[in-house]
Design a protein around this ligand. Sequence first.
Ligand SMILES: Cc1cc2nc3c(=O)[nH]c(=O)nc-3n(C[C@H](O)[C@H](O)[C@H](O)COP(=O)(O)OP(=O)(O)OC[C@H]3O[C@@H](n4cnc5c(N)ncnc54)[C@H](O)[C@@H]3O)c2cc1C
Length: 429
Amino acid sequence: MIDLVVVGGGMAGLAAAAHAAEQGLRVVVLEKTRRVGGSSALSAGILWTAPDMQTMREVVPGGDPELGRVLVEGLEPAVERVRAAGVEVSERWYGQMGFGVAYRADIHALHRHWVDTIEAAGGEIRLDAPVRALRFGETGAVTGAGDVEARAVLLATGGFQGDSELVKRFLGWDADRMLLRSNPGSTGDGFRLAAAAGAAASRGLGGFYGHLVPAPLAAFEPEHYLPLTQYHSRHSILADLQGRRFTDESLGDEVSNQAALRLPGMRAVLLCDERVRREHVIGPPYPHGQVIDRFALASELGANLASADTADALVARVADWGFDAAGLKRTLISYEFGGPQDAPLPAEPLPLREPPLHAVEVQPTLTFPLGGVRVDAWGRVLDRDGRAVEGLYAAGGDAGGLQGPRYVAGLALGLVFGPRAADAVMMDN
Ligand SMILES: Cc1cc2nc3c(=O)[nH]c(=O)nc-3n(C[C@H](O)[C@H](O)[C@H](O)COP(=O)(O)OP(=O)(O)OC[C@H]3O[C@@H](n4cnc5c(N)ncnc54)[C@H](O)[C@@H]3O)c2cc1C
């Protein structure tokens, strides 16, 4: 008898399966695509979250405090286990996404380590093995997934970003028109399988993680996801088609990205000066971040991009793309001189100073939804009365309730909660 079948061989699934295998559980991982890793294989490998509970509560006051506490307390020991496994991990730094504590790990080496661990313990990883249904016992308990009978099932399918129906239902009308910045396999299977087993949805289903990228784009392939990310929007001015600011840019690109979904045509323009270009657009966006000219790549891919020596000349260029010149001029003046604002000003505003000045049109993208299945702090899937659905667990992007509308973790969710769900399987059986 298999002890644990893991649905999805990405960050949460591999972390859970490797931990379970190390503890002596018989494990099978079922992965829909032909390779393991999911979105984590496309990621920057930054393991990060809020540095302490006070920050966690300030950033996501609506998040479940118990889930937040487990993540805050669990990150450091989990990173130490990665390091102890011989995987390269950077030193710790602070300020990731403005407030987080972070490490960079060699994510591909980590995947290899987990795969080796699972296989060395006699576990199995089946590729090209999409799970379409759960198995149920006579009492209604979950007893396996696909054709694998097991004592417990962990859902780790990464979220519902690839499913236009769930995206429209939870993120809003037209949200399915956003570019997908994710692995293609995360199409809400975990969410639907859990719902069929009686699971409730978590809070925060309307929030999502993604980043602004240039617009329009002739191509948007996985190799473009990181280099086109406009992390520097937090040091820039963002305006909509009417030339109005719509967010406090300093909250972070991932926050502005969500706000951009609600704009007419999902269209916005990012304006910055030469200092911001020099320090952030062509420089590393964070310690160990990719160094590349993000504007040059945008231009190669056909995005609207302009530079000019004066604000008036820049506005005239942006007006050619359909943005309102008078509105944009008013916004720049109000921003610089503290006049009436359409959105809160950053605590430290950064008016356009050093020429040349730059503008790029931007659009929102979707990496994964911040809500998902309702779980307890051990990853047990809960029904609407808060009772555990027997035999069913969820971790990573499939499990919600910790974050939203702001983003506090991606990879770290799988790293911390995946192994924890495996521990829960042992406790519950
Ligand atoms: C470009 C990019 C950069 C990122 N950078 C970072 C970063 O630096 N730091 C960070 O914290 N986060 C980052 N993220 C987010 C992070 O990658 C995700 O939060 C994380 O991978 C989620 O882990 P997961 O296990 O839930 O899903 P995934 O890692 O995506 O794995 C889910 C797996 O489940 C499989 N699957 C889906 N449905 C089924 C099914 N029915 N049956 C079997 N298998 C199924 C999928 O094919 C996939 O392999 C980034 C994401 C992207 C796209």
